[in-house]
Design a binder for this molecule. Structure first.
Ligand code: PMT
Length: 402
């Protein structure tokens, strides 16, 4: 598929994009994913249906080409998988670009160690397997929604593993979404690595932890991950040595490059008409809104949803151009009961902050997860902004024609 970006731009963003994508090869499955996404988008564009690309889960940073070790992050894909379900409920077709083996829409209800699907089933005397009576209602609801999404071909799954897989897949799918115009929505909930080991500096084989293969090392090319040269006086050092200071020759020093920020390329070139929603995750409440605003100014897209690691299932903040910051929170009535069991006391100490334009105090929140999924509030609010985005694009088109 031809794009403006490949034809015209010589901007620094384009130079960085070309350098990254030319030197870090795509995943083997990219052509199959592109073919599947192309026909999915064609079907839904013909039906004038809105299509959302949801990215979900964390990207890995491999330390070796034949990867034994990699750097990862905390994201389980809860935000992405849950959001995908609410988008489907709102009538969107969903391309779910997710970290392989992270949570998936619908099956997420039964895939965790805390909710192992086998615990929801039992064997009847006739040998048939059935859902436990207490879980049947919910299981039936989930199963029906899952089958509806499948039968109507409204959910396309695209897996990724590494940061480079993710970026190749994101660019390809975003570019394919261009025919959707403003009906396309990109909802970037994935936790994307900020640093990586470039292909040309990556060790081919497993990094060795002993000097057993030192003599063979001359045959290897330079790597970004180095063992410090051995000091002449250093003895061979075993891992079980109880010496308090580890010699430099035994340390693994990982030298990472920054991952180029491609949001500008996404906004300007890959999917210029679609609505783009990015997320901002922080751990320090004092900087969250500032960082979200900074991102919006820098990339000039449509919405940043800010969230804090400790409270991300309870509240998020919408930062959008031309709107005042809007906190979206699980209401008091839908939080879990306090230890005292008195419903009215749930979050009572925090009730003031709830009304304010500032983050909740995590110590005031009840243990565990909220009864209500915050995505059930986030998605209608995103949908409303998407409707405005579509209307304003239509108005611009009309005024161009006049
Ligand atoms: O999976 P969960 O446990 O439910 O957690 C959900 C979440 C906390 C991971 C999610 O809600 C979230 O906040 N995701 C974004 C994390 C983040 O801060 O990303 P960032 O600041 O590195 O990137 C900003 C945005 O650009 C993100 O939308 C990211 O998906 C996107 N990005 C970033 C870098 C890059 N090279 N490509 C991108 O697309």
């Amino acid at each position: 598929m031809s794009t403006n970006t490949t034809n015209t731009s010589t901007s620094s963003h384009q130079v960085v994009e070309n350098a990254y994508f030319n030197s870090n090869p795509p995943p083997k499955a990219l052509p199959q994913h592109v073919a599947a996404a192309e026909s999915f988008i064609r079907q839904h564009a013909a039906a004038n249906r809105r299509v959302v690309l949801v990215t979900s889960g964390g990207t890995t940073v491999p330390l070796e080409k034949q990867t034994v070790r990699f750097i990862d992050n905390f994201s389980a894909g809860t935000r992405g998988a849950t959001s995908a379900e609410y988008f489907l409920e709102s009538g969107y077709a969903v391309i779910f670009m997710h970290r392989q083996f992270s949570l998936l829409p619908y099956s997420r209800h039964y895939s965790h160690s805390t909710d192992c699907f086998l615990d929801f089933l039992h064997e009847n005397p006739d040998g048939s397997v059935v859902a436990n009576p207490t879980h049947q209602d919910k299981m039936l609801r989930v199963l029906r929604k899952y089958n509806a999404a499948k039968n109507q071909n409204c959910l396309l799954m695209i897996p990724f593993v590494t940061i480079t897989d993710y970026l190749h897949e994101l660019r390809a799918v975003a570019q394919l979404m261009r025919p959707l115009g403003p009906n396309g929505l990109l909802y970037l909930a994935a936790a994307v690595s900020d640093f990586f080991v470039p292909e040309d500096r990556m060790s081919e084989h497993k990094i060795q932890s002993t000097d057993a293969t030192d003599l063979l090392k001359q045959q290897q090319g330079p790597t970004t991950i180095t063992k410090e040269p051995r000091e002449p006086e250093e003895e061979t050092f075993d891992n079980f040595d109880s010496s308090p200071s580890v010699p430099r020759s035994k340390r693994l020093i990982v030298d990472l490059d920054p991952v180029p920020k491609f949001l500008k390329n996404l906004v300007d070139g890959w999917a210029p008409e679609g609505m783009i929603v990015s997320f901002k995750l922080e751990t320090d409440p004092k900087i969250l809104v500032h960082k979200a605003k900074y991102s919006l100014e820098r990339y000039q897209h449509h919405l940043v949803i800010g969230n804090l690691l400790s409270t991300r299932k309870w509240e998020v903040v919408f930062v959008a151009p031309g709107h005042s910051d809007k906190w979206i929170r699980v209401p008091f009535s839908r939080r879990k009961k306090t230890l005292s069991g008195v419903e009215e006391l749930v979050g009572a100490a925090d009730r003031g902050a709830h009304e304010k334009n500032e983050p909740l105090d995590p110590s005031m929140l009840p243990e565990g997860e909220p009864e209500m999924e915050i995505e059930s509030l986030i998605i209608p609010a995103v949908e409303e902004l998407h409707s405005k985005h579509i209307e304003s694009a239509a108005a611009k088109n009309t005024s161009k024609l006049a």
